[in-house]
Design a protein around this ligand. Structure first.
Ligand code: ZN
Length: 285
């Protein structure tokens, strides 16, 4: 077992299970690029370790993830990283749509697709907030175990943007629930998420870690290559149901919205900040 305590992402081997933990609890695990690449490093390590059969993705603290970092002191949108999700030029030094498309193709859509295709089963253990970009992290996992205090939302229509970059909404929620979630931007509960088929099981908060780990352990008794093929078979079926091409077309609309915002308001987020989004979402409830 190895533990790496202070980093933005912790990696721990527990027998056949790798536990990857987002570790910015003071910022509700808001995802900056430093965390994105640390997650990618951790997943790569788990894939390369032949002893690891299943990967668990968890969030330290009270919340799984508040989404993309749009306002913590560790926000790093202007920094270059060693790109690996797509072969496109670096966003740094570019402007406008060129800059945004390069960056989001790499760190959001590209990374999420890369992680969805990890050949080992991934289980998200979700507690507290799982908002916007946080949904993307849970959705790329194969199974989701959520605690009874978990809640979810994709409020980015408030920014004039039709949903987060990894546009899996119609496939993981069904079209009607997807529209309700996007149109209202409101929180939905763990029970609603279960009803809509988005999550596998609900457990009490203090049992989340153990329940997620036990499920991972049960799965780890299966043959590794069989698991990889079963995962690929289901992912291919989702792609045949239009997930991949649908997401590509939504990504175009997403960037139309960013560009429209940049043309007509203060910035590509429609002048919204983490704080204004939080306040607006509170008022809406
Ligand atoms: Zn975006």
């Amino acid at each position: 077992m190895s533990v790496n305590g202070s980093a933005v992402v912790r990696y721990e081997r527990r027998g056949p299970v790798a536990v990857v933990t987002m570790n910015r609890p003071d910022y509700r695990n808001a995802q900056n690029s430093a965390m994105t690449y640390a997650l990618d490093d951790a997943f790569a390590r788990a894939v390369d370790d032949a002893e690891v059969k299943v990967i668990v993705l968890a969030g330290a603290g009270k919340h799984f993830s508040a989404g993309h970092d749009i306002g913590t002191p560790g926000r790093d949108v202007d920094q270059s990283f060693d790109r690996r999700a797509v072969l496109w030029w670096d966003h740094v030094g570019r402007e406008g749509g060129d800059q945004r498309f390069a960056r989001e193709s790499e760190v959001y859509l590209g990374m999420c697709r890369r992680w969805r295709e990890i050949p080992k089963p991934m289980i998200a253990g979700v507690q507290g907030a799982c908002i916007a970009g946080g949904l993307m992290l849970a959705w790329v996992c194969d199974l989701i175990v959520a605690s009874d205090d978990a809640f979810f939302a994709d409020p980015v229509v408030r920014m004039g943007i039709p949903g987060v970059e990894y546009f899996a909404h119609p496939w993981v929620l069904g079209p009607r629930a997807a529209k309700e979630v996007l149109f209202t931007g409101e929180r939905f509960t763990v029970q609603q998420a279960k009803e809509w088929g988005m999550i596998n099981r609900i457990v009490p908060r203090d049992e989340l870690e153990q329940a997620t780990f036990e499920l991972a352990e049960r799965i780890s008794a299966m043959p590794q290559f069989g698991l990889a093929l079963a995962k690929k078979a289901v992912n291919q079926a989702e792609d045949l149901m239009g997930l991949r091409s649908g997401m590509d077309s939504a990504f175009g609309l997403h960037h139309l919205a960013h560009a429209h915002n940049a043309e007509t308001s203060a910035d590509s987020l429609g002048g919204q900040s983490a704080r204004s989004m939080r306040d607006a979402n509170k008022e809406a409830r």
